[in-house]
Design a protein around this ligand. Structure first.
Ligand code: ADP
Ligand code: MG
Length: 305
């Protein structure tokens, strides 16, 4: 994706024009916001940041759009949570570089078209599927970020440790990487906890012993599951007999918002083959029971019953 994106940016730079709008999708913590900053930096322009939930009314978006300068990058985080009227305003702005400013109310209201300088929208979403097709179609390039491989996370960790000024042993990097659920944000967070442990309870060196001890304190298991992941698995296996159970019910059982369970815990658990999504709800797969050290309950609802 880096290759694809760099082509889009280089071509635009050569033409001296703002590049096509870019949509970045993927689970949290994989680098969408970071990439938006990189896009602006590569174009030598500034980044304006806002998000779907921060825009309550179409007028809020109109205000942001009309203050954009030529070639600027507008980062719209959580774009799937933009309100419908704002979304419609955005279509027009993205396609025709124009906003219609509504003056007055009721029958006397009129729309004054306001031309905008060319700019680039970088949208980020954890749920590309929720974007209405007309909005999705206005992005000239869509990049999907996927979970990282362990060896890629090791590189991220070694670099981060360098920035922290704390040399990280290769085996410790491998250990942290393998428990980071494919996510650079988690890898960096665990690294900071390992450093805390090393400084407070260890001799300051970030070695394998420090990594293992710190990860135990923070309840990150050998497969990288944290407390929420295990809560979801164990609710699914023990309280709902392996499912199927609806997302909302499952979220209530673990005391979380459905959106958190769906975007934070679930993608990793599905990818690891621990849970499955069916039209009737979430089900525990054999690996889930095994991971929790439980005997599978072969109820009528389970996939393998
Ligand atoms: N390829 C990468 N190399 C190094 N660090 C990365 C990489 N991708 C993401 N990160 C780091 O992970 C963290 C989360 O990235 P962020 O861009 O906030 O993710 P998102 O916006 O997708 O939730 C940041 O601290 C970022 O620096
Ligand atoms: Mg982000």
């Amino acid at each position: 994706m880096r290759d694809q994106l760099s082509l889009v940016l280089q071509a635009a730079r050569r033409r001296g024009r703002a590049p096509d709008h870019v949509l970045l999708s993927g689970p949290p913590g994989l680098g969408k916001t970071t990439l938006a900053m990189i896009i602006a930096a590569e174009l030598g322009t500034s980044l304006r940041v806002t998000s779907g939930p921060a825009i309550q009314h179409a007028g809020d978006l109109a205000a942001v759009l009309s203050s954009l300068e030529e070639g600027e990058v507008l980062f719209l985080d959580e774009i799937h949570r933009l309100a419908r009227p704002a979304e419609e305003l955005l279509y027009v702005a993205m396609e025709d570089f124009r906003v219609d400013v509504v003056v007055g109310k009721g029958a006397g209201a009129s729309a004054i078209p306001l031309a905008l300088p060319p700019f680039t929208v970088v949208g980020a979403t954890t749920r590309a599927g929720l974007l209405p097709a007309p909005l999705r179609d206005r992005f000239g390039f869509t990049g999907h970020l996927d979970f990282y491989e362990t060896h890629e996370l090791e590189r991220v960790l070694l670099r981060s440790a360098g920035l922290l000024g704390a040399p990280l042993a290769a085996d410790a990097a491998a250990e942290i990487a393998s428990r980071s659920r494919g996510t650079p944000r988690i890898a960096n967070r665990l690294l900071r906890r390992v450093r805390d442990w090393a400084e407070v309870r260890g001799d300051g060196s970030l070695d394998l012993g420090a990594a293992r001890a710190a990860l135990e304190v923070y309840e990150v298991d050998e497969r990288g599951l944290d407390r929420l992941d295990r809560a979801v698995l164990s609710a699914l296996c023990t309280r709902f007999g392996g499912g199927p159970v609806g997302l909302t019910t499952l979220a209530v059982a673990v005391g979380e918002e459905p959106e958190t369970v769906e975007t934070v815990a679930e993608p990793f658990l599905v990818r690891e083959g621990l849970i499955g999504r069916t039209p009737r709800g979430r089900v525990a797969l054999p690996g889930a029971w095994e991971h929790l050290g439980l005997e599978p309950v072969a109820g009528p609802g389970t996939l393998f019953g």
